[in-house]
Design a protein around this ligand. Structure first.
Ligand SMILES: [Zn+2]
Length: 240
């Protein structure tokens, strides 16, 4: 089963060192996240702050060294489940300057959520207790571009590529009636399609914590040119 397999995925020896090791230089990166008490809003703010550092050219994280590795060797406590495209230009940890053990990431070309991706998200929420799920599309996405090509030119793709982009086609069809750039609008519609799926058509293990305010599903768009992540699709707030 997926749960025990993931739970024992790290096998490093336990650390006998004190938790606070001496530091010779001021830490340039963010402190590791201790997730226990994070609200969805606080988790989202961590991403906003990290992306601001990335955009400013100071994205360094020091949470990838041996000390951090040993700290989390026994268990993981990520603060977000992140659905992103496989595109080599959009690695989530780098865009937010986060280190080991902080982001539970699901990636595939076109950032869609099939059964396997859904199970991964459910695991992150139900077993690891993440308070936030982000679905991120990006500028000039090749998978979405392929879906646009299917709709516009009836293009056929070989192998499993055609099946892979099938779920994106409804997003393109919806975007066709919108003003502006079709590819860009399709990327955003594809994100909205997935966030809607996670907010309404998911299992109770995802819906209940959203209704209780313990979990938020947020849609985002990454601009390849500026490096900025725009969290454009937030759930409606329950309070004023
Ligand atoms: Zn892409």
């Amino acid at each position: 089963m997926i749960v025990p397999a993931l739970a024992r995925s790290t096998g490093a020896a336990p650390s006998t060192k004190p938790r606070t090791a001496p530091t010779a230089t001021p830490a340039p990166g963010p402190a590791p996240v201790s997730v226990g008490a994070l609200t969805p809003t606080q988790a989202l703010q961590l991403l906003r702050d990290g992306n601001a550092r990335f955009v400013s050219g100071h994205p360094v994280t020091d949470q990838i060294d041996g000390k951090r590795r040993l700290e989390i060797a026994k268990t993981q406590k990520p603060f977000v489940a992140y659905v992103s495209c496989s595109d080599s230009r959009v690695p989530p940890e780098l865009l937010f300057g986060r280190g080991l053990g902080e982001m539970f990431i699901i990636r595939n070309a076109g950032n869609t959520v099939d059964t396997i991706a859904m199970g991964s998200i459910e695991f992150a929420v139900a077993e690891l207790g993440v308070p936030l799920v982000v679905v991120m599309g990006h500028e000039r996405c090749g998978a979405v571009k392929a879906a646009v090509s299917v709709v516009e030119n009836n293009t056929m793709f070989p192998g499993s590529i055609g099946k892979m982009i099938e779920p994106i086609i409804p997003a393109v069809l919806r975007a066709k009636s919108q003003r502006g750039n079709l590819l860009d609008n399709s990327v955003r519609e594809n994100v909205r399609r997935v966030t809607h799926q996670l907010r309404t058509a998911a299992e109770p293990m995802l819906l209940a914590p959203q209704q209780q305010g313990k979990l938020q599903v947020v849609g985002a768009y990454y601009d390849l040119d500026t490096g900025k992540v725009d969290f454009f699709d937030e759930p409606p707030t329950k309070k004023g």
